[in-house]
Design a binder for this molecule. Structure first.
Ligand code: TYD
Ligand code: MG
Length: 452
């Protein structure tokens, strides 16, 4: 038998070289080259991920019928997938250990089992453990096959027999391709396993869920190249000490990204929360300085969340800035704007920001509430309990409009908020019943609502 040739693959960019080096010549990352066998691990040769050579078609003649969607049985899951599961698609479900990936996918498997053949493969739990969990959760049993297996070739052989319409792999980090010598969980194993399973999905039309653990740094343990071959990448987010879990798509070839599905982890598994706008609002009777409610826009829904700031005299040479649920760099920039255009200095203060409930804010509408919360804590003056604030803050201290301003205000009014501070361009054309709206164009005007 011919000796397998060895190549080195960069775990960051996927570049392949013949010789090991400390730094990848392509992307410049250090210590990312990993040994890999150059033997054709993928049966079927070079035919692309679908395993077949595609015909050429005129753009006008392409069949435009929407791919039929399979409902997962959880409407919030369907929402994140863009309206259900597409046959032949590969969905990566990432998240921290213990966040609820296995629970969620078991619920989805059992919910689909009545209508489709589902094969649930676990490299982490025994069929007994999984079956016990499904019994405890009272899930339907029909149509779900379990397999405890970690070798991808064996899984594919089982799948070729059973012909499931849905295949769940829990988790991709425990899988290994027999033809490769590297250890399970290594970058090359994860990559090859995902590639083989993706090829299987495309060839057979089976929808494949891959569970992926996220490392501490927030990356999916595995090469970033994985994301390119996968159709939908979504993450379970949420504080492990809060019971709420949010499922967010960061890539979706079949729908909008940043659509948010909201669940609560209960003793009966994940429960959907179909009207999540106010779940994170459980404020104390007495509002403390630094606390403020904002209306975020998540996917296609408003979400009211509390933001908290704590500003305290710093004893360190370099004051601390810590933002939980917000981008750190944006906080630094906004504090500079607050100094320059709001005349409030924080260079000798530690600034801590928290978005309550483990929500991660990815939009700029939280700029203005963040600065108001900082100012409120700095001056030790509470803001009104029935006030809601949103707006982007520009570098010139201008308050910029945000999308869906009216809907945010209506939602806040529905939950009893009576005052709003919004960007000028978000001033609603008609009065919103029960809500007094103040529209501002400059940061200084916005800060004026704080009592001296
Ligand atoms: P799990 O789905 O195993 O997490 P992952 O696969 O993402 O690692 O979820 C484990 C956590 O969920 C565990 O801490 C217990 C909790 N849990 C519940 O609170 N209720 C339940 O019904 C189940 C099944 C799990
Ligand atoms: Mg698990």
């Amino acid at each position: 038998m011919a000796k397998n040739k060895t190549v080195y693959v960069c775990s960051a960019c996927g570049a392949e070289v013949g010789k090991w080096a400390g730094q990848c010549a392509d992307c410049g990352q250090w210590n990312t080259l990993e040994e890999r066998s150059a033997a054709p691990a993928l049966p079927g040769g070079r035919a692309g991920y679908s395993g077949v050579v595609s015909p050429v078609q005129a753009i006008g003649e392409v069949d435009l019928d929407e791919a039929p969607r399979i409902s997962t049985g959880l409407a919030e899951f369907d929402r994140v997938l863009g309206g259900g599961l597409v046959p032949g698609s590969v969905v990566l479900v990432g998240g921290d250990p213990g966040v609820g990936k296995s629970t969620g996918l078991l619920q989805v498997s059992c919910a689909m089992g009545g209508r489709r053949r589902v094969l649930y493969v676990s490299g982490e739990e025994s069929p007994r453990q999984i079956a016990m969990r499904s019994r405890r959760l009272g899930l339907p049993k029909e149509g779900v096959m379990l397999q405890a297996e970690t070798v991808v070739e064996n899984i594919l052989a089982t799948a070729a027999d059973l012909k499931p319409q849905v295949l769940v792999i829990d988790s991709i980090q425990t899988m290994q391709v027999g033809a490769l010598n590297s250890a399970p969980g290594s970058v090359s194993q994860v990559r090859e396993a995902a590639a083989l399973l993706t090829r299987y999905a495309k060839q057979s039309g089976t929808a494949v869920f891959l569970v992926g653990h996220v490392t501490k740094s927030g990356d999916l343990a595995g090469p970033r190249v994985l994301e390119h071959i996968i159709d939908v990448v979504c993450y379970f987010e949420g504080n492990l000490d809060s019971r709420y879990r949010m499922l967010r798509a960061v890539k979706n070839r079949y729908g909008a990204v940043n659509e948010l599905g909201v669940f609560a982890m209960t003793d009966r598994g994940l429960k959907e929360i179909s009207n999540p706008s106010a779940i994170f609002l459980s404020r104390q009777e007495e509002i403390t300085p630094g606390s403020l409610v904002t209306a975020l826009w998540e996917g296609s829904r408003p979400l009211l969340v509390e933001m908290q700031a704590l500003v305290d005299q710093s004893r360190a040479e370099i004051p601390r800035r810590l933002a939980v649920g917000l981008e750190h760099n944006r906080l630094a920039m906004l504090l500079a704007v607050l100094h320059r255009h709001g005349r409030l200095a924080t260079y000798d203060q530690d600034v801590f920001i928290n978005v309550v409930g483990g929500v991660r804010v990815s939009e700029t509408s939280a700029d203005l509430p963040l600065l108001l919360a900082v100012a409120s804590s700095l001056r030790n003056r509470p803001l009104p309990a029935d006030l809601v604030v949103f707006g982007e803050v520009g570098l010139a201290g201008e308050i910029r409009p945000v999308l869906n301003g009216q809907e945010r205000l209506r939602e806040a009014a529905k939950h009893g908020f009576k005052q709003a501070l919004v960007p000028k361009a978000n001033q609603p054309p008609e009065k919103i019943p029960g809500m007094a709206v103040t529209a501002v164009g400059k940061l200084a005007q916005a800060l004026a609502i704080l009592p001296e």
